[in-house]
Ligand binder design. Structure first.
Ligand SMILES: [Mn+2]
Length: 329
């Protein structure tokens, strides 16, 4: 079993840290950053949290002190060059940091990756976590506990709870274990209100988002004896409803919520090209389908982006490729 001793030494022997995460951050990404920020601050370290993307509206409650900055090379390259250590959280490919990838690759200081995705890219020798963990937040929790770094108070427990709660789909997904619930019990004991977290993340939608959901559900189509379900979202739908790009978070889950559906796909038209979300169940290794189109992710949840691709070109190609992944069963 992997220990966190190297991280202990790195924290002990250094003073300044940069934390970052993936494009379009979710609650696991933001929650892990804020929790690790709080841990390091309590240890009297200097900490910067810099992301490619802005924090989605429904996660701003995790960053009430506005710790997270959005990457601007003119301001942040100097900081990134000067910090002692970089922590990269909740991502397995450095290109998931988009505009920050170039500078991250140029750094010669220790980079520590804490993540739970499949097949991590070899951009550092220091990877912690792995696919047995339900969330990156749960790795931070375990690390803090095993290394006895700081006391688990609400400022750490709340972002970790948000990370764990969302990445397990509200304690529903496969990697939800007795340990997940023991951890949740400890987090709630640190004064986290589960109802508040759920309400802030899932129950503060703008009407524009729900209208966009309506538009997207209107495109829902079932093929291959109703085993593959796909939907699409176009720029026109955003214009019509006034919704924002990150409002589509979680919509893909409607595909797998239909009885008998084994593969769910959501095709997005983005400013440059298209993006695809892939979901599956029953041993359909959907990350391999994503990889066919230059993407990746978890076994049952993956994504891809095709610059210069169009929905009309790629929907038929991807649907045709998706059929192979049903036959594995
Ligand atoms: Mn995650």
């Amino acid at each position: 079993m992997q220990t966190f001793n190297f991280i202990y030494e790195v924290i002990k022997n250094n003073n300044s840290f940069l934390l970052t995460t993936h494009v379009n951050p979710d609650a696991d990404a933001i929650g892990s950053e804020i929790a690790l920020y709080q841990i390091l601050k309590k240890l009297n370290k200097k900490v910067f949290v810099i992301n490619h993307s802005e924090t989605p509206d429904n996660l701003i409650f995790l960053d009430e002190d506005k710790i997270i900055e959005q990457y601007n090379p003119d301001i942040h390259d100097q900081i990134m060059n000067s910090v002692d250590v970089v922590f990269i959280l909740d991502l397995n490919r450095l290109n998931r940091t988009v505009s920050m990838e170039r500078i991250l690759r140029s750094l010669t200081k220790p980079i520590i990756c804490i993540d739970h995705h499949q097949d991590p890219e070899d951009f550092t020798p220091h990877h912690y976590g792995g696919i047995d963990y339900s969330s990156t937040g749960s790795i931070i929790f375990k690390m803090n506990k095993e290394l006895n770094l700081v006391e688990l108070d609400k400022s750490i427990a709340l972002p970790i709870y948000a990370a764990v709660y969302t990445d397990t789909g509200g304690f529903r997904y496969e990697r939800t274990t007795p340990e997940t619930h023991y951890m949740a019990a400890e987090l709630l004991s640190a004064d986290v209100d589960p109802n508040y977290v759920c309400e802030m993340i899932y129950e503060k939608s703008k009407i524009s988002k729900i209208k966009l959901l309506g538009e997207i559900l209107n495109t829902l189509t079932l093929i291959e004896n109703d085993q593959i379900c796909y939907m699409k979202v176009t720029r026109e739908m955003f214009e019509k409803t006034g919704a924002k790009d990150n409002d589509t978070e979680g919509f893909i889950n409607y595909t797998l919520s239909i009885e008998g559906v084994k593969i769910g796909l959501l095709f997005y038209e983005v400013k440059h090209g298209i993006k695809i979300s892939f979901r599956s169940r029953d041993n359909s290794y959907i990350n391999k389908l994503a990889a066919e189109f230059g993407g990746g992710g978890h076994i049952y949840a993956a994504g891809a982006r095709i610059i210069d691709g169009t929905l009309d070109d790629y929907i038929p190609k991807i649907l045709s490729a998706a059929k192979k992944y049903l036959k594995q069963n």
